[in-house]
Write a protein that binds this ligand. Structure first.
Ligand code: ZN
Ligand code: ZN
Ligand code: ZN
Length: 157
């Protein structure tokens, strides 16, 4: 879990308010080093609590609506959930492997965004920004056996 985040305070200051279940779901999201699917989050929560699936999914929606969690789309119908950017969590892009369906965080420096320039160029208010880089991960490249000769990005799907 992230030591910098006070999840109780985040819930209260977001306007959503604190409940024990909301705290559990937010902690579960914050515990992962990469965004996790709703199914994975539910499976992890079920190991330690009796929370039901519908509650987990509904709370995830609330956390997204209130800006605490970001919902990232994978290639198909799967959505992934990660902590939204905040003072301790700089904005970053994600890499999606179209073979195994995993989504990993890229370092903030690898794909920097000039958000001041971006904000200045738009007439409205930006509430979220997602950049997903698609390709094939190292593990899948190795499994396919052609790591050196096949560039990971740009392949037609
Ligand atoms: Zn944190
Ligand atoms: Zn992969
Ligand atoms: Zn991330």
């Amino acid at each position: 879990m992230c030591q910098h985040c006070n999840y109780v305070r985040s819930l209260k200051s977001s306007g959503l308010g604190y409940t024990p279940n909301r705290l559990k779901v937010l902690e579960a999201v914050g515990r992962n080093s990469a965004p996790a699917s709703a199914q994975d989050l539910f499976a992890a929560l079920r190991r330690t609590s009796r929370i039901n699936r519908v509650t987990v999914y509904r709370i995830l929606d609330l956390l997204v609506e209130n800006g605490l969690v970001e919902r990232l789309s994978g290639g198909g119908r799967t959505f992934f959930y990660g902590l939204a950017a905040s003072e301790h969590h700089p904005w970053h892009a994600h890499f999606y492997c179209k073979i195994c369906g995993s989504l990993v965080c890229l370092s903030p420096e690898s794909l920097p965004v000039d958000d001041v320039a971006l904000r200045g160029s738009l007439p409205g208010k930006i509430e979220g920004l997602q950049i997903r880089v698609d390709g094939v991960c190292q593990g899948c490249l190795r499994a396919a056996g052609g790591a050196a000769s096949t560039p990971p990005a740009g392949a037609q799907g």
